[in-house]
Design a protein around this ligand. Sequence first.
Ligand SMILES: C[S@@+](CC[C@H](N)C(=O)[O-])C[C@H]1O[C@@H](n2cnc3c(N)ncnc32)[C@H](O)[C@@H]1O
Length: 247
Amino acid sequence: MKYPDWCPTAPKGCDCIGGCLDSKKCSCMFNNGGKIPYNCNGAIVEAKPLVYECGPSCKCPPSCYNKVSQHGMKIRLEIFKMKSRGWGVRSLTSISSGSFICEYIGELLEDKEAEKRQNDEYLFDIGHNFSDCSLIGGLLALKPVVQLSSSEVVEDEHFTIDAAQCGHVGRFINHICSPNLYAQNVLYDHEDKSKPHIMLFAAENIPPLKELTYHYNYFVNQVQDLNGNIKMKSCYCGAAECTGRMY
Ligand SMILES: C[S@@+](CC[C@H](N)C(=O)[O-])C[C@H]1O[C@@H](n2cnc3c(N)ncnc32)[C@H](O)[C@@H]1O
């Protein structure tokens, strides 16, 4: 990630020298509502508004089962070209439900700055609560089960990641109205809830070479330009539930 002039506050971290197996003693597990976000295979168990991974300030080892997405991509991905949606991404191998795919990496901008960008193709609004179950696709177990407490409510400043100039494979993942991935907010190296890492996870079992997609979470007639005019973008995902408009 490319951060602007901003000095993140490192979290205090947990004191679990021998690992975080005792979820009652681990402060990171406490932040996760006392539940372990990942299973022993590193698959996310359920979608949450925010996942707190153990991080560099924690005393647990790098092998801690609560450090998953920060270790980076494990699945071999391929970028391929389509007629309707430009470049897209697929996996060369099958993917099991809950697997970490990749982070949406780019330049972190204040929303006001992002609105001025000429190229809006690679903007991703962040820091919003994960509350729409329809984004989750087929992974029924991955439903948001935790209501945000007042201390978890995201502050009133909004940020956007722009992957146009600085990014990686995540910038090529397309929108589909019935997606097979979802975007999970994750914190591990700082405590600022308005600037979570955006980690993409599989929402269902995905066969090899099937396009990987997530819902961009736009609403029709709710995207405006700097002059307040409503912007429109056609959706070519071809899903049965698609209205033909991304926004
Ligand atoms: C983050 S980029 C995805 C990669 C892009 N296809 C490319 O070639 O670089 C987002 C852009 O891809 C295109 N796109 C993604 N999903 C689409 C869809 N369902 N229908 C039409 N265009 C789509 C739009 O132009 C959108 O602004």
